[in-house]
Design a protein around this ligand. Sequence first.
Ligand SMILES: [Zn+2]
Length: 381
Amino acid sequence: MNKQIITASVCLLAALSVAGITGKNFMEVKKPDELRPGPGVTQTKMLSDYFPDIAGTNADSTVYVMEGEQPGGKMLVLGGTHANEPSGYLAAITFVESGKVEQGTVFVIPRTCNSGFTHNDPQEGSPQYYTIQTKGGPRQFRYGSRAANPLDQWPDPDVYVHAASGQRLSGSETRNINRTYPGRPDGTLTEKASYAVRQLIDTEGVNLTFDLHEASPEYPVINATVAHETAMSIASNGMFELQMAGIAMSLEPSPTNLHGLTHRELGDYTDTLPLLMETANASQGRLRGKTNADLVLTGKDKCYVKAQKLGFLYVPYDETGHPIEERVGRHLQGIYEYSKAYSAQYPESPIVYNGLPSYQELFLDADPSELGGTQLGKYLN
Ligand SMILES: [Zn+2]
């Protein structure tokens, strides 16, 4: 056989195997993580049950319904608004796998921006997965992107105009679900997803909504709760209890001139009381060093320790980092204290649940060698 044909065949074979391997990886990343709902989940629905237009698209997402034996208020927990902020995602999953509602109904959406879990942000070097040892063995969880996948919504405009307010943002924000509320039934896929969340709130009569986030340690709004003015009295009462439990939490009013976010638009366009919480995630920060699954789970980063010493940060930062137990613990304790404050203010529609670890149990009392995933894994199935 001619030498060129042999060389060409070898090259073609090599190219096909690379395409095969990367293609397999690409398809696997699109599969959602398997969740293992606990006995507290009484029904499983889809976002498309509230807005059928998104059925069969990557905007659709599972809604776990947890009904108490006694009637009461309705609460919605939004995890995974940003798929590169693991504490919100894992707090929602912990709720679904370990929580049990006694009074009222809790709706949990672990992947609010489902499409964001199907890809990573380019040039960030983010890990695709991180692994946690759980009761059922090691489990992989996806580390995704802040925005929906361009394969689901493309191209981005140069300027993103928020439909309800006319606010102008950079084009890529058109795929950020937390800039598209209250959503539009005839808008982009991301606008349809936020519209579906709003439809759920209206249809089910959700009283209280939590949106769980993380932010870079150098971002000013961190270890913070942002509250719509209608939720301010609940937030201030709950924050007092959080401070008493040793959790430093600042309370920020939702800016009236910043549009598209849950804490503004869900309060303006629905009857729910919206609260958004932020924890510190080094793996999405701009000053971070080596970026891997370990950083996602432990938050240990020499560069951030140095940045703290130079006064660049808004959270304390030392060699112990900010492990996932601290960050998930803050979210779970926050939901607990704010929902308790809600139940005290609206005694005719209380929301009562149990089974979830407190901040003290999950973080403060934990063996330091178990922080970084192992301790949290005890509450995952
Ligand atoms: Zn976020």
